[in-house]
Design a protein. Sequence first.
Length: 473
Amino acid sequence: MRRRPIFTVFFSLILTLATYGEKREIHILSANDMHATLEVFPQLAALIDSLRTADPSLLVFSAGDNRTGNPLNDKYEIPAYPMVALMNQVGFNASTLGNHEFDVHSLSRLVGLSNFRYICSNVFPSDTVGIQLVPCQVFDVEGLKVGVLGAIQLSPQGIPSTHPDNVRGIRFTNPLETINEYEWLSHECDVTILLSHLGYEEDKTVAASCPWLDMIIGGHTHTQLTESEPLHNGVLITQNKNKFGRVTYTTLTLENGEIIDKRAEYIEVRNYPKRNPLIEAMVNHFSDNAEFKRVIGVAETPFKEREELGCMVSDAFREKFNADIAIENPGGVRIDSLRAGDISVLDVLKMDPFDNHAVILNLTGYELVEMMLTYCHNSIFSFPFVSGMRCDITLDPLNEKKIQSVTLLTPNGKKMNMKRKYRVATNNYIPATSKVPEGAAQLMKELTTDIIMEFISKHGSVNYQGVQRLRIK
């Protein structure tokens, strides 16, 4: 074996010791739950350009849910390709998977088109699915090793919050147990980071269990944290509101191989004064769709509450199929409000972006309540919107987030006959993720978006101001 000259070895050792003794900084820009908010990318790109001018080694990460919520992206020829193209051009270094990455069957193509890795340790696609993932990745930042691990949330069903059909052929493992298997990463790297799509509360649980992590870049619950957020068991946790509520600029300072300071700054990227002209041209190209601008009706008054939108959607289902009752899950309504005035195709596609089909079920009152409660897992935040009835909801006195009981009432306020069979219209996601009698769900050919547009077009104008059918007692 050829030996290196002794002066070369000595020089390398001196250089290493000099580097080891000085303060070093690692800079990271992170986003979460971008949900295809294409229009903000010109400002984001300009911000990244500025930060990379100051530090060419800047790392840019996403904590998942890059897609779903903007039809210009989600209905593209290759669904969600515009986001991938923009993330490529901006220079993202990695992304973990969010539950909405599974919303349509284009993930394998998107991964192949991405110039960055998708990092997720608790997702195991079969070979036939064709999704190439890595559980972790080590980045070299001017000689410092930054180890990045990824993890995604699982619902009580043991899969991410998406339609079960979207994750066939994919195995998932408990995220906390899986993360703990990668403690070795912290022994091989100067910095260890978790890209998490687990949600803020679970991130705190991970921090309590895994003090070997230096930082958790979080997502999923859209929790807007601030600079005053304390360390959790020594772990820095960051997260922002969805759709570019803000982005996080993190500085990790190291001295003698140890992290001596962790600072997170939250930047309102929408207000950034500069725009990248190339990215702006790309966004304009992806936004050029005349059909999406077509007006289908008018909102006489603004929709200020999500329940008002949910009531309109469930009314559309009930009218279309002459049903007794209709329900819509809150997660199926992807906008929080809608201005008064013209309603376009784009507005409806933003409201309901999932390409769900309608479903008809014949259920007793008891079976209907069971379906709704098992769908929402007794959580008041996920209880469905309704049409053709009202619901009085009693909360658990020991836990105000949990539902204790539900009373079904007619629109006139009388108690419904719980033994009677009712014709119920909804979307195919609800029975797929709740308890219903075997064979009760009849899949219809109509897409829910088409039903909503037909309803608005037929009525010409809609007014749901103040409409409320869920009452919490």
